[in-house]
Design a binder for this molecule. Structure first.
Ligand SMILES: *[C@@H]1O[C@H](CO)[C@@H](O)[C@H](O)[C@H]1NC(C)=O
Ligand SMILES: *[C@@H]1O[C@H](CO)[C@@H](O)[C@H](O)[C@H]1NC(C)=O
Length: 337
């Protein structure tokens, strides 16, 4: 390591730890003093900020309510229920200085309806580094826990990861993708962390956020949306309570997803079940236009129409909902522009 880099790293460690409670006031002020001196010394170097690493401090982690609200309104399409619940849940949790348990959200819905995207929006409005933050952790069963024969090893590993990361930073976020493919034993192993414990082995998990993504209940959500459409009612009239029962019923009836769900519901560990509705043609158009804006190309309604027309819709006769939602839009757009 080059001396300059080593110095910056030392500075970072001092600054990062300057506010942790474990440090006594005197050593804190020494640390701050040294940090200030070092900063003065290093300020003459360019690119110092480049080296400046992310810390578990309010400069790097703070919730932007207006940001999340604006993002949900502007970038998430066709999800009036999810939008509302997410904002309320995250805002309530982040404004509570002393939450009684970690925030646990379970997002349900078909592919491409925005579950991953919403997790990203939440991360971006809490962590300055967004999904790249070292305090945001994404687990996918196929990637992290592929072999069911090694489940016992995975359990220990996952527990150690969660414990280690929350010890490092209480405001850590864990996203579990494809929860329905996760081995039920693994879910069991993380249950204690989701519960109302003051501390487990000296670590408090109450400021952490857990987000579970799954297709479980997706079919019942689609059925409800379809029923509304068939009876000529507008989609925005669908309310959470129209979906809550179908969601929990299908979840309980479905053997595969039932296992993990039942035990999480039984113990009330999940704070919010968030349904994602299937997307219609007009939402796909919005997704394409939004993607164009993000790429800084002029929004073109014709191209958006072309992209949306090329997708597959169901039910076959009525062609109402996009089979893959907004999922394949990015690659399709490359092709048309
Ligand atoms: C919060 O988000 C809004 C909207 O994106 C943005 O204008 C504002 O600068 C953000 N505030 C902070 C403190 O980052
Ligand atoms: C934090 O989690 C990651 C997985 O996302 C893991 O690789 C890492 O070892 C964990 N850190 C600690 C300190 O346990």
């Amino acid at each position: 390591m080059k001396p300059r880099k080593r110095l910056v790293l030392l500075l970072w460690m001092l600054v990062c730890s300057a506010t942790t409670e474990a440090i006594e006031p005197i050593s804190t002020s020494i640390a701050v003093g040294m940090a200030a001196a070092l900063t003065g010394f290093l300020a003459s170097y360019q690119n110092i900020l480049y080296y400046f690493n992310e810390c578990c401090r309010p400069e790097w982690i703070s919730f932007n309510r207006t940001g999340l609200e604006a993002d949900l309104n502007r970038k998430l399409f066709g999800q009036h229920i999810a939008s509302r619940i997410i904002l309320k849940a995250v805002n309530g949790f982040m404004s509570n200085e002393n939450p009684k348990k970690p925030l646990v959200l379970s997002l349900h819905g078909w592919t491409g309806t925005g579950k991953n995207f919403v997790s990203q929006l939440i991360a971006e409005n809490i962590y300055r580094e967004g999904m790249d933050s070292s305090f945001v952790h994404v687990f996918t069963s196929e990637l992290h826990f592929p072999h069911s024969s090694q489940i016992e090893t995975y359990k220990i590993q996952l527990q150690q990861w969660i414990k280690g990361n929350v010890t490092n930073c209480a405001r850590s976020m864990f996203i579990f993708d494809e929860m329905d493919k996760m081995h039920p034993g693994l879910i069991d192993s993380i249950k204690p962390y989701l519960d109302y414990y003051d501390k487990l082995d000296g670590v408090s998990y109450r400021k952490a956020i857990f987000i579970f993504l799954s297709n479980a209940g997706g079919e019942s959500i689609i059925q409800t949306a379809l029923d509304f459409w068939t009876s000529g009612r507008i989609r925005e009239e669908i309310e959470l309570r129209d979906l809550e029962t179908v969601l929990s019923l299908s979840v309980f009836n479905n053997k595969k997803s039932g296992l993990w769900h039942t035990s999480l519901i039984d113990k009330n560990l999940v704070d919010f079940f968030v349904p994602f509705l299937p997307l219609e043609y007009r939402h796909v158009i919005q997704c394409v236009l939004s993607e164009m804006e993000a790429r800084r190309i002029p929004p073109d309604k014709n191209v958006a129409d072309q992209v949306a027309r090329d997708l597959i819709y169901f039910p076959k006769s009525e062609r109402i909902f996009a089979v893959k939602g907004c999922k394949t839009i990015e690659s399709k757009l490359d092709y048309y522009t």
